[in-house]
Design a protein around this ligand. Structure first.
Ligand code: HEM
Length: 460
């Protein structure tokens, strides 16, 4: 094929601004001036290994015809990154945890696309395949700066070095023949822009290297999160991110209502929850109850936190089995929330409310927001436990006529009424007697401030 395929022309034109911005970052200027520390280069390889692991696994496995017609397993570059990292293994370099955390977030975005919109991964592939064009310039600069050879830390940058433009033409030709509609092209462009933005964040964190990188970690997960601890161990971070992905997949309510900002808080909160596991059970309980009240007052009934803790526990035990005893404290906290829920609405009634809601709104709407009956019933249980805003904070959103049809709004009201009128579980009568409706609620206001306060309480 002569000429550039329309999809490639669009990708190039609509990401050019971001390419320019990445290319001009201080890391590349320092490299060109032979002034880059080797630690920054090694940090780049580590970060890319995190990204490529998920990108290449997704490209090789997603059931999408366009991806299958473009991707070739022979193009994998992860083995070259492992080869380079093995070369540097014997040496000690300044750590690059912030860049690696940004890489974990990019990897999460890739995993989410693999489930929600696999074809859009071609936008990511475009960016990383394209990077080998500039890569031949970088390769020369890396050789000049560090004197590396292909077998000593230069395998990744050498992978397409022999014929970068031939590989690029092959990729462009396949993209041109792939079945990609105009709307899908829009999504590929958005995905490529996301990839460039993520790469920009990684590269920015690699030069100049921060003297106290650990203080910036939480900001990499969520710029709005203030300062609170998150785990040091990359495996725990990944488990926290995976648990968040799971919760968001199970409850599209999160994405619909809270969008990108909510996603960032899910990342940082989930990571913060992991750090609780090192504390005594009493502190874990206290902090989880605190977070549960904050979230329930903002439209996220405690059932969501209960389920999240359960999934987080599973992910952590799978990732770091030797710390299971500590992680079990998070599962106990989930069990504690479940008991509190059952104290007010027993499981049979809870499930009945879920099924009745779905039946009332019909299959199309129940698929859009699955288990909404459970969210509402859980909000009522939270209200009975003394969280006064629990029901209004979700119900107001759920009965907004600009968002939902009449039958939906009717089902919301009916479910809340039924849950409020329902028979209590056997423990519930006692629980209701002891729980004061004036139970302390975290003062409304700045969530960030609230989490920082909780952290201080944990530290004391
Ligand atoms: C100092 C760093 C960089 C330099 C000097 C550089 C340079 C270049 C050059 C010379 C081209 C070929 C343009 C052409 O043939 O028309 C190119 C293309 C490209 N580069 Fe970079 N690049 C750099 C960094 C990056 C990074 C970090 C990425 C992404 C991770 C990237 C992604 C791309 C893409 C996607 C293309 C293809 C553009 C097209 O559609 O033709 N580049 N780059």
């Amino acid at each position: 094929m002569n000429g550039i395929a329309p999809v490639m022309a669009r990708l190039r034109a609509e990401t050019r601004d971001l390419h320019t911005r990445v290319e001009e970052l201080p890391m590349f200027t320092a490299l060109a001036a032979e002034d880059l520390p080797l630690a920054s280069y090694v940090g780049l390889l580590r970060s890319l290994a995190i990204v490529y692991a998920d990108l290449e696994a997704a490209l090789a496995s997603v059931p999408d015809t366009a991806v299958r017609s473009v991707w070739d397993d022979a193009w994998r570059r992860l083995p070259t990154l492992h080869q380079d990292l093995a070369h540097f293994q014997a040496h000690t370099f300044t750590e690059t945890p912030v860049a690696e955390l940004h890489a974990q977030v990019v990897a999460q975005q890739i995993r989410q696309r693999a489930v929600a919109d696999p074809r859009s991964l071609l936008g990511y592939l475009y960016v990383f395949e394209g990077s080998s064009l500039g890569g031949s310039i970088l390769r020369r600069q890396v050789v000049a700066s560090f004197g590396l050879t292909p077998t000593s830390g230069l395998a990744y940058l050498s992978s397409h070095a022999a014929a970068p433009t031939a590989q690029w033409r092959e990729f462009g030709g396949r993209m041109g023949k792939a079945p990609i509609t105009a709307t899908e092209q829009d999504r590929l462009v958005a995905s490529a822009r996301e990839a460039f933005t993520g790469m920009g964040q990684i590269v920015r964190a690699l030069y100049p290297l921060a003297p106290e990188p650990r203080q910036q970690l939480v900001q990499a997960l969520n710029p709005l999160a203030g300062t609170h601890p998150i785990p040091d161990d990359g495996r725990e971070i990944q488990a926290a991110l995976r648990a968040g992905e799971h919760t968001w997949r199970e409850f599209p309510y999160y994405a619909w209502r809270y969008g990108a900002r909510g996603e960032q808080f899910t990342r940082s909160d989930s990571a913060w929850l992991v750090t609780l596991a090192q504390h005594d059970e009493a502190i874990v309980t206290h902090q989880v109850r605190w977070l549960g009240r904050v979230l329930a007052s903002r439209g996220m009934p405690q059932w969501l936190l209960e389920l999240h803790l359960e999934v987080l526990h599973g992910e952590l035990v799978a990732a770091v089995p030797e710390r299971q005893a500590e992680y079990d404290r998070l599962r106990h906290a989930s069990t504690m929330l479940r008991s509190m829920r059952h104290a007010h609405i027993d499981e049979a009634q809870f499930q009945e409310l879920i099924a009745a809601f779905d039946q009332q709104v019909g299959p199309e709407w129940s698929m859009r927001l699955p288990r909404t009956g459970g969210l509402l019933a859980s909000a009522v249980a939270d209200e009975r436990a003394g969280i006064r805003q629990a029901v209004p904070s979700i119900a107001e959103w759920m009965i907004d006529p600009t968002r939902f049809p009449e039958e939906w709004r009717e089902a919301v009201s009916v479910t809340i009424e039924k849950a409020r009128a329902g028979e209590l579980g056997s423990m519930g009568r006692d629980a209701r007697r002891v729980s004061s409706p004036q139970s302390a609620l975290v003062a409304p206001g700045n969530y960030v401030l609230g989490l920082s306060q909780a952290v201080q309480a944990t530290a004391q």
